[in-house]
Design a protein around this ligand. Structure first.
Ligand code: NCD
Length: 363
């Protein structure tokens, strides 16, 4: 268990300078449960297993009216602010639904142009304002480093509250990585644990934050081979490569996606994120279809493999593939609601109660 360090005992400059691993002890509670959720590096294997088990219990409990009644009473005294100043459908709605499942009353800001920021208020002051009325902030922002700054700032007020990173710039998306792990685990559970698999990531790996978080979590599972297939100028960041090398992970970086298909156990497709481009057309100096999955490609993919995508998709998966049993991206999306419920319940210390209810009523 990580020994907790306190954010009100370290300056912003010193905290900001720490490595991601060194930041992890500042994000947990004294009992080892997560408090803030900021980076993939703060989770360990035991916590991932705990969250996946809890997600499954919540999923099963939620099937009945009595179960839903039990769940929605757990946190009915809490309120959450969903502060999403960058477009989102799935992450927003699954967090919203997770709050509803646990009885938390959610509120939202999605458009800063109708808040006091239009009167010249800083983003920091806006978030501090939300902290006065709510018990948790779930935040998506295009600004890299902003969630981290708010985690430190709000921990240094007289009313600290947990902040969950729901996607920060081109950097990290830790809760997407949790639902991806849950999806992989469920996909392969028939033959035991998530181990000895070849995971292929494809698409815009330079700006896609989901892969950056997931590749780290996969290092906790035995003998997972990771392949990163992207156009040369959109390849995975050097920091990820260095991290995988430091963890002795077997990985490959390639521009030839199609050659990876026959040996892939899971293909994780991503879209080209050209909204980050400074010059129009910056992303399009390659053949888009070289990094897409077609119905023809499916003949090469083993029948036990799965195809994932954080969504939204563009051209990179032919919709005709949706009905193939290997396409799990719609299930993956729904898994987000269960894992996020499990995470929030754990942050607020209701995990053991859920497990107890499950053992008494559904085991
Ligand atoms: C992703 C994101 O926002 O990082 N979507 C998501 O959260 N499911 C991926 C993307 O936008 O392409």
């Amino acid at each position: 268990m990580l020994r907790r360090k306190r954010l009100d005992e370290i300056s912003w400059e010193d905290f900001n300078r720490l490595s991601l691993e060194e930041k992890a002890p500042y994000l947990v509670q004294a009992n080892g449960r997560p408090y803030h959720v900021l980076i993939a590096q703060q989770f360990n294997r035991e916590q991932l297993d705990g969250l996946c088990d809890l997600a499954t219990r919540i999923r099963r409990i939620a099937k009945s009216k009595e179960g839903m009644r039990f769940l929605s009473d757990l946190l009915c005294h809490k309120r959450a602010m969903l502060d999403f100043t960058q477009p989102s459908s799935r992450t927003f709605l699954s967090f919203y639904a997770a709050c509803q499942i646990l009885g938390i009353r959610p509120a939202e800001v999605r458009d800063p142009s109708i808040s006091s920021e239009m009167k010249g208020e800083s983003r920091e002051d806006s978030v501090r304002t939300f902290s006065s009325y709510f018990d948790m902030i779930i935040m998506r922002t295009p600004l890299q480093g902003f969630v981290e700054k708010m985690v430190w700032e709000l921990s240094n007020t007289d009313r600290p509250l947990p902040i969950i990173n729901a996607g920060s710039g081109k950097d990290q998306h830790p809760t997407q990585a949790l639902l991806d792990i849950y999806t992989l685990q469920r996909s392969f559970e028939k033959n035991g644990e998530l181990a000895n698999k070849h995971i292929v990531f494809c698409g815009d790996l330079a700006r896609g934050r989901t892969v950056r978080s997931l590749s780290r979590l996969l290092t906790y599972y035995p003998n997972i081979r990771q392949t990163f297939a992207a156009p040369e100028h959109l390849k995975i960041g050097q920091d990820i490569i260095d991290d995988l090398a430091a963890h002795n992970v077997d990985f490959t970086v390639t521009t030839d996606f199609k050659s990876t298909i026959p040996t892939a156990d899971a293909i994780y497709m991503t879209r080209i994120q050209d909204e980050w481009d400074k010059t129009a057309g910056e992303s399009s100096h390659f053949n888009l279809m070289d990094f897409a999955l077609t119905v023809d490609d499916m003949k090469q993919l083993p029948h036990t493999s799965v195809i994932m995508h954080p969504l939204p998709r563009r051209h990179e998966i032919d919709p005709a593939i949706d009905s193939d049993p290997r396409a799990v991206y719609w299930r993956q999306m729904r898994n987000g609601m269960w894992v996020r419920s499990a995470l929030i319940a754990t942050i607020f210390g209701r995990d053991q109660e859920i497990t107890h209810y499950y053992m008494m009523n559904l085991k």
